[in-house]
Ligand binder design. Structure first.
Ligand SMILES: Cc1cc2nc3c(=O)[nH]c(=O)nc-3n(C[C@H](O)[C@H](O)[C@H](O)COP(=O)(O)OP(=O)(O)OC[C@H]3O[C@@H](n4cnc5c(N)ncnc54)[C@H](O)[C@@H]3O)c2cc1C
Length: 408
């Protein structure tokens, strides 16, 4: 049985990988002339600079994948596990004792609660304040979710984001050898490039510069749409599937990564990253200090400042100089002094992340797909690569189950 995949981003490539592992014949159609989709790395004399994902949360599955496709993991530094949150200054734990007691009490209450208060339509803001207290919500939950989803806590859906976490089956997990964030030695594009090569070696034909339209889709064989939400919406709409129109129109967020390179090896802060709570009034959502996390991959301190998302809608309308100034003004606030970078590079990704709102949840809940049509992508319950990997494994299992049932 031959399976068609539309899109050679990480979702399409991982889906193809797990299907090939199960012995399926796979063919991929990709609109652009390269694999990777949002994921792209700009090499530089200072180290890799990424347009989208730059690191991923490691798991035994990623370790097995890296081994299998012969991809080297960058060696992690001593500070890789240290993440900070800004509250007046950089802090590893941003709550005071009273707030911490309130937070812990909330977590205990949550553990005992069956439904976890995750009614549909409820926002992160409403849920977080009830369970974690105002400060626990503001400085931990909202800040963390803003760092991952770039959304607005007052508009993000609590059940869409948190249900997968609470409902995770407590199966015995194999622990990875390396805990925490990892990256391929030369940046994230190395993962997608290596995956594409591995697939081609295993007889997967990747047709580049081949945009698929709705009327090209042949549902006599299993087809996986592995694109962004609006692109999937366009295909579904063209196939007469109701949810398509809503997906096309769904709110998407723009992001830019400002890479600032400094001469001196005097880190701005101790740790791999720092997130900025909305209430602290920074321009950026957070910062990653590449050399602190992966010292061998960077010859100079390269800071990646992420800016945009739901609270900064017009960011991509600004020119590079203005975006760099916004990051530098945040930096001055932290460092206390103004320092001139030796290089500054802005990498843009427009309409890159779906806003995880109750509207998105409603669309997903009500998508009715014909047999043989499957969806995967960062709008279906997880934005990060670890969520996408799990979904692509599940998808391969589902396709196999369907095939078995049709034979029986
Ligand atoms: C700034 C930024 C930082 C991020 N940081 C992290 C991070 O540190 N860690 C992490 O885990 N995640 C991170 N992410 C998220 C992660 O990068 C994305 O969720 C993921 O790359 C999405 O991959 P995808 O394959 O689902 O979609 P895409 O990358 O959008 O791929 C879809 C592919 O489908 C193709 N396509 C579309 N329509 C058609 C068509 N009709 N026919 C054929 N082909 C088509 C497109 O050309 C594209 O190649 C970040 C994202 C951004 C924007």
């Amino acid at each position: 049985m031959k399976i068609t995949i539309i899109g050679a981003g990480i979702s399409g490539l991982l889906s193809a990988y797990y299907l090939v592992k199960r012995g399926y014949e796979v063919e991929i159609f990709e609109e652009s002339n390269r694999a990777g989709g949002l994921i792209k790395t700009m090499g530089s004399p200072y180290g890799p600079m990424d347009y989208a994902a730059s690191s991923l949360v490691n798991s035994a599955d990623f370790e097995a994948l890296f081994d299998d496709i012969k991809l080297e993991m960058a060696q992690i530094g001593k500070l890789a596990k240290v993440k900070n949150i800004y509250r007046g200054s950089m802090k590893r734990w941003p709550l005071n004792i009273v707030e911490t007691i309130r937070f812990v009490a909330g977590v205990i209450k949550l553990k005992r609660s069956k439904d976890k208060g995750l009614n549909k339509g409820r926002t992160i803001d409403d849920w977080g304040k009830q369970y974690l207290g105002k400060s626990g919500h503001r400085y931990l939950l909202e800040t963390f979710l803003q760092g991952v989803y770039a959304g607005d806590g007052k508009k993000m859906s609590a059940s869409l984001i948190l249900s997968p976490i609470f409902n995770r089956k407590k199966a015995k997990k194999i622990k990875p050898k390396v805990k925490g964030s990892i990256m391929p030695s030369f940046g994230m594009e190395q993962l997608t490039e290596r995956l594409a090569k591995y697939l081609q070696k295993n007889d997967v034909k990747i047709h580049y510069s081949s945009k698929v339209n709705a009327n090209d889709i042949d549902l006599s064989r299993p087809t996986i749409i592995a694109t962004s939400a609006p692109a999937a919406g366009t295909l579904l709409k063209g196939m007469g599937i109701e949810a398509g129109e809503k997906l096309v129109k769904h709110d998407m967020l723009d992001l830019a990564s400002v890479h600032l390179v400094f001469n001196e090896d005097k880190p701005l802060f101790k740790g791999f990253g720092c997130l900025f709570p909305v209430s602290e009034g920074f321009n950026c959502l957070g910062i990653l200090a590449g050399k602190n996390g992966f010292p061998k991959e960077y010859s100079q301190p390269v800071e990646r400042w992420i800016i945009g998302g739901a609270h900064n809608r017009n960011i991509l309308l600004q020119n590079d100089e203005d975006i760099i100034d916004l990051a530098l003004s945040d930096r001055k606030r932290i460092a206390g002094i103004e320092e001139k970078p030796i290089a500054s590079i802005v990498l843009r990704r427009s309409q890159s992340l779906p806003h995880y709102t109750p509207e998105l949840e409603e669309i997903i809940d009500n998508i009715k797909l014909p047999p043989n049509l499957h969806l995967i992508g960062n709008y279906l319950g997880g934005i990060g690569l670890s969520a996408i990997l799990k979904e692509s494994q599940k998808l391969a299992v589902n396709i196999e189950d369907k095939k078995r049932r049709s034979i029986e």
